[in-house]
Design a protein around this ligand. Sequence first.
Ligand SMILES: Nc1ncnc2c1ncn2[C@@H]1O[C@H](COP(=O)(O)OP(=O)(O)OC[C@H]2O[C@@H]([n+]3cccc(C(=O)O)c3)[C@H](O)[C@@H]2O)[C@@H](O)[C@H]1O
Ligand SMILES: Nc1ncnc2c1ncn2[C@@H]1O[C@H](COP(=O)(O)OP(=O)(O)OP(=O)(O)O)[C@@H](O)[C@H]1O
Ligand SMILES: [Mg+2]
Length: 263
Amino acid sequence: MSVAPTIDPDHEVERRVTFLADYLAATGAAGYVLGISGGLDSTLAGRLAQLAVERRRAADAKATFVAVRLPHHVQHDEEDARAALQFIAPDEVVTFDIGATIDAIAGQVESATGVAMSDFTKGNTKARVRMVAQYALAGDRGLLVLGTDHGAEAVAGFFTKFGDGAADVLPLHGLDKGQNREVLRTLGSPEQLWRKVPTADLLDESPGQSDEDELGLSYDDIDAYLEGRDVGDDVAERIETVWSRTRHKRALPVTPQDDWWTS
Ligand SMILES: Nc1ncnc2c1ncn2[C@@H]1O[C@H](COP(=O)(O)OP(=O)(O)OC[C@H]2O[C@@H]([n+]3cccc(C(=O)O)c3)[C@H](O)[C@@H]2O)[C@@H](O)[C@H]1O
Ligand SMILES: Nc1ncnc2c1ncn2[C@@H]1O[C@H](COP(=O)(O)OP(=O)(O)OP(=O)(O)O)[C@@H](O)[C@H]1O
Ligand SMILES: [Mg+2]
């Protein structure tokens, strides 16, 4: 996962902003788009993107960052999403309520099959519709879609395949969860955001369920494992089991030429 045992947060800000700015320059893309949930990963990636487009503009290039609110009807942590936007100070904010689309898909699934979608699959559908919304906004404006995948979510496959896992550019790659917090804090984020309990917030039946409750693993343990610290055999084995089970999510669609799945 390319996670280092320790980081210099200022250096991480600089190298990731430089990467995002350089990638725009090299590709000629018009800027970035990213869903902003109020969680710490999108707050961090969003702020880095805003700094990168400002850097491009300082070099007389055109570049825009579009932050997208993507609530499913009303979001229970609405206040954090607003605080995140205030901190990021994006060039543009677009709000796209995915509620009606999800209701339509769930309704069609039920009328077509006679079986209601489970809350779990509906949750992954929310993540996929958010992906569709971001690409819909990006397509006509020549923007690139950012993703917030990082070491701790990647190793556990804790993302929706072709949902939040689908993106053009991953500015947080190589950081773990605690390192994301550290970098966000260094950027001057309000404490409510850098300290926020991580949640995928995909379930109607358990709004705001913590990632750690769902995963059955703590981010401190996952981070320790990725940083090469001793976590004990039991934790290491649980992480390796989930890593193995989710290998398909970190690969391109499997083909007859692939053999990684045989071992
Ligand atoms: N062996 C295999 N080879 C190739 N493809 C395989 C496969 N096994 C399943 N699949 C395919 O993958 C699908 C399952 O993958 P997927 O749909 O992702 O579903 P799944 O991995 O079961 O669930 C996603 C998990 O990520 C969590 N999540 C999602 C989004 C955001 C966040 C967050 O932290 O914010 C967390 C979510 O809470 C849930 O625990 C199957 O329906 C099937 O199509
Ligand atoms: N309600 C939402 N509004 C806008 N974007 C969202 C929403 N929920 C999820 N996303 C997008 O999906 C990504 C994955 O969600 P995830 O929960 O992993 O990240 P986060 O909410 O930014 O941080 P955390 O993991 O700490 O909760 C987010 O970074 C964001 O881009
Ligand atoms: Mg979240």
